[in-house]
Write a protein that binds this ligand. Structure first.
Ligand SMILES: C[S@@+](CC[C@H](N)C(=O)[O-])C[C@H]1O[C@@H](n2cnc3c(N)ncnc32)[C@H](O)[C@@H]1O
Length: 265
């Protein structure tokens, strides 16, 4: 017997709207606002490669500065709690740094720990999101744009616009430096590597009895690995070329992490 399925159009519309509201109001969209932001220092223990990438960003900035006679201007995207900012600031005694981050829970920690450089007039902060902050900078005005573990969080269209803005803002011969999650081209190898990473999260955070942090990092990883976010090596390097960059180089690969540099010739 036909049960005569009827559709209440109003109810359907309301339910669709409430799902959209749920999606747009997703608390996990603010990726660094809760325990991840408050306890960001734990990343060092669950992902030792992240600390190494921050160090390498500093080393690369230092090499850029080595033969320069005037102070180098550096912009950092997603400065976070200041781990990579510190590595950049100590790379050269003269450089100035504008550190951009739109998550106050993260940036306030950097403001506290890096006050010394603010007092010296070498460090300033922007609370805008990366794209808006770049859009407010002049073309050909910055020597280096350095960043770590920020671009992989971006939705792919947003990232594309950010890359175009980075190219516009850099001076000729300026350098883009990024230590980040660059997904392996070999998808199976990438999955294995990510599985090992997740096993490491469990090992460390269960020992520390921080299941709250574990929950949030696992949820965060779903964002990183999602189709509209994942920053796969081949595509990422092609996007840099499409934006106009030359001398594009990926080095120091450590599992799903790598250092990428590119020059605006
Ligand atoms: C994984 S943390 C990395 C922090 C720091 N670079 C480091 O090496 O420790 C990513 C940072 O990027 C920031 N971020 C994410 N999306 C952003 C955006 N669209 N604009 C500015 N900052 C953003 C987050 O708030 C967070 O502080």
């Amino acid at each position: 017997m036909n049960q005569g399925l009827t559709i209440d159009q109003d109810a359907t519309a309301m339910s669709a709207k409430s799902s959209i509201d749920n999606i747009t109001a997703n608390p996990y969209d603010a990726l660094f606002s809760s325990v991840i932001g408050q306890d960001y220092y734990l990343l060092k223990q669950i992902s030792p490669f992240a600390a190494e990438m921050s160090r390498l960003v500093g080393v690369t900035v230092s090499k850029f500065c080595a033969d320069k006679t005037v102070p180098v201007s550096v912009v950092e995207l997603g400065g976070g709690t200041g781990i990579t900012s510190l590595s950049i600031l100590t790379a050269d005694e003269q450089l100035s740094l504008l550190s951009i981050d739109n998550e106050p829970i993260m940036q306030n920690q950097a403001k506290l720990s890096l006050q010394q450089w603010v007092d010296e007039g070498r460090l300033s902060f922007s609370e805008k999101d990366a794209l808006s902050a770049l859009q407010s900078l002049n073309s050909n005005s910055v020597d280096v744009i350095a960043t770590a573990y920020t671009l992989h969080n971006f939705e792919s269209n947003y990232r594309k616009q950010v890359l175009a803005e980075i190219f516009r803002v850099l001076k000729p011969k300026g350098q883009f430096i990024n230590g980040d999650r660059y997904a392996l081209n070999d998808i199976s190898a990438h999955t294995r590597s990510t599985q090992n990473e997740v096993a490491g999260y469990f090992k460390v955070l269960i020992e520390l009895n921080r299941l709250d942090v574990l929950e949030h990092w696992i949820i965060h990883l779903f964002n990183d690995e999602s189709e509209n976010h994942i920053m796969r090596e081949a595509l990422a390097l092609q996007q840099l070329a499409d934006a106009g960059f030359k001398q594009i180089n990926l080095s120091h690969r450590l599992e799903v992490n790598a250092l990428v540099t590119a020059v605006k010739e």
